[in-house]
Design a protein around this ligand. Structure first.
Ligand code: FES
Length: 579
């Protein structure tokens, strides 16, 4: 074992390296390790079970299986805990803590004596956090996801979190479902261990991990409860040991080309809008940026091939049985950079050499007969979103793609909660619902962009209307919704000065989101805009001070490769193109 490997790696600083090693080993011996074990290469296992994380219920079993693989390959597995994040268990939003987990992961990987690491995560923010930490720590790493839930049953229907959660809740709000039935549904939506059962953020990020090459080929979609998930864990442990002798670092896997491949696949699977933010954050750790123009070009060239909820019919278990990521990659092969490598050291071209024996065309369609000729997501620009916004056209109502309407404004999350169901609210289905102050600086960017249809309209049968905000939306949600408006209202973006009654235009054809107010009036309102007070202590103070805007991934400015300062001043707003 060379000087800076295994137990001699990252020695505690006492000013005497030999004493540091002696002390470390003597303390390690107290855990029952033999001298022989302590001489082996070490694979750290970032372990994230938590009583507050249902999606990670199987992590202890997965860690055991990874350890088995490490031992079989001649390494010493050392699991260690990090922050664990589960979407519905965190206030105000799990997004606020993704960067905390990323820092925790990076620093623990960097500070402790490990030669490689297997990162075990799954729920929405955990995989992005682990990938951000891994690319910054940059030792050989594999991502192992927990896998998606299997579906439950209700009155002859399959149910899966959480598209069906929203569908049933919408029906309950519209008085189509009784209290007794919604209580039954509550117990049938999340039927097994694992992450949300549809093509939501967790599934999308699992797929992106595989396309970036940092998760084993074929691993992203294995359901949480299948034995194959444990086999995959064992293989991940084995491969981690092999990577110590022949290192492939995350920075060799996450490249401009692999990020573009990930964007292609994101479009082809009609993945979550959140993935754009997370991918920007992961890439930003290496100085790779994603422009709106490139995102739109990729979207316009890449067909949607996957027929899964929230926009289609199937669930992740169907996607896996249908052929998984490998089937999608083969269909869009002609659009991919084939010289990227994965954690096995093979190029994408080598991975895709063998055709799949069978693909279920109910769930993974062919390139020639796609669900849609164009990708699921686009970036919007315009005077209301000078730095961009995201729109999931695959989950929107086509008749609302070219739309002009009157703004009905909510100044923040509390205002929205207080007034959305007020019978006196002046709102029609032809209006545009506007939510401000739900961006990263204001509120940690919660998944509040799926504004509920006002109850009085829902009861009239209104299922969708145009909604815009600086918030995010769950990957399991759907509707004609513009998200991630940047700069956000809380830093003086033009969204901050929208007033009730202003006219707003959405054009999917032109990829525009515009406030139809004269420039002089916009500038006058912006000049009078005042920032609100921000939290003054602890992690939240750090978050508010340092978080970047959505196009940069909402990472902390000091953690990006360039350590750029984030957008703060309203005077930086570019109004070019304003009408
Ligand atoms: Fe964990 Fe949906 S709540 S993946």
């Amino acid at each position: 074992m060379s000087d800076n490997k295994g137990m001699r790696k990252n020695l505690t600083n006492y000013g005497d390296r030999d004493f540091s090693e002696f002390l470390r080993k003597s303390f390690a011996r107290s855990m029952g390790y033999s001298t022989e074990s302590l001489q082996k290469p070490i694979v750290g296992i970032a372990s994230t079970p938590s009583g507050f994380n249902n999606c990670h219920r199987t992590v202890p079993d997965l860690v055991d299986a990874v350890s088995r693989g490490v031992l079989a390959a001649g390494g010493l597995p050392l699991p260690f805990p990090t922050t664990s994040l589960c979407e519905p268990f965190l206030s105000p939003t799990s997004m606020m803590f993704r960067n905390l987990m990323a820092m925790d992961t990076e620093e623990m990987v960097r500070a402790q004596p490990m030669d490689a690491v297997v990162l075990v995560g799954g729920c929405d923010k955990t995989v992005p956090a682990q990938l951000m930490g891994a690319v910054s720590a940059d030792i050989p790493a594999l991502q192992l996801v927990t896998g998606a839930m299997s579906t439950g049953r209700h009155r002859g229907e399959r149910l899966g979190a959480c598209t069906d959660c929203r569908r049933y809740w919408g029906r309950y709000r519209a008085d189509e479902v009784e209290k007794e039935e919604i209580d039954q549904v509550e117990g049938r939506l999340a039927a097994t261990a694992g992450t949300c059962a549809v093509m939501g953020t967790a599934s999308t990020m699992a797929i992106i991990s595989e396309v970036l090459g940092i998760a084993l080929p074929g691993s992203a979609s294995i359901p949480a409860v299948l034995a194959d998930r444990l086999v995959c864990a064992e293989m991940s442990g084995k491969r981690a040991v092999e990577l110590i002798a022949n290192p492939i670092r995350p920075s060799e896997l996450v490249t401009r080309k692999s990020v573009e491949n990930a964007l292609r696949v994101l479009m082809a699977v009609s993945g979550s809008t959140n993935a754009v933010v997370h991918l920007a954050a992961i890439a930003g750790r290496l100085g790779i940026s994603i422009s709106s123009e490139r995102l739109n070009a990729i979207s316009d060239e890449t067909p949607v091939l996957v027929n899964l909820k929230p926009v289609g019919e199937g669930y992740m278990e169907d996607f896996h049985a249908a052929g998984g990521v490998g089937a999608v990659l083969r269909e869009i092969r002609g659009l991919l950079h084939l010289d990227t490598i994965d954690v096995l050291g093979q190029t994408l071209e080598e991975r895709l050499q063998e055709p799949l024996e069978w693909v279920d065309r109910n769930y993974i369609l062919s390139f020639d007969k796609p669900v849609s000729r164009v990708g699921g997501l686009i970036a919007l620009s315009g005077n209301l979103a000078p730095d961009g916004a995201i729109f999931k056209r695959a989950a929107a109502t086509p008749s609302l793609f070219e739309f002009e309407g009157r703004a009905v404004v909510f100044e923040g999350l509390e205002d929205l909660a207080n007034r959305i169901d007020d019978p006196e609210l002046d709102v029609e289905s032809t209006d545009v619902l506007v939510l401000k102050n739900a961006g990263p600086v204001a509120a940690g960017m919660p998944e509040a962009g799926y504004l509920p249809i006002p109850q009085k309209l829902a009861r009239r049968g209104v299922k969708d209307m145009v909604r815009i905000s600086d918030a995010r939306m769950s990957g399991t949600a759907f509707g004609t919704i513009a998200l991630h408006i940047s700069p956000e209202a809380a830093v003086g973006g033009p969204l901050s000065i929208v007033q009730n009654g202003d006219r707003i235009r959405l054009s999917v054809k032109d990829k525009k989101l515009e406030l139809l107010v004269p420039d002089a009036e916009i500038n006058k309102r912006l000049t009078n805009w005042q920032p609100k007070m921000m939290p003054q202590r602890g992690y939240q103070a750090l978050f508010h001070k340092s978080v970047n805007q959505a196009p940069k991934g909402c990472d902390f400015d000091f953690l990006t490769e360039n350590g750029e300062a984030s957008f703060r001043s309203p005077s930086n707003v570019d109004l070019e193109g304003a009408e």
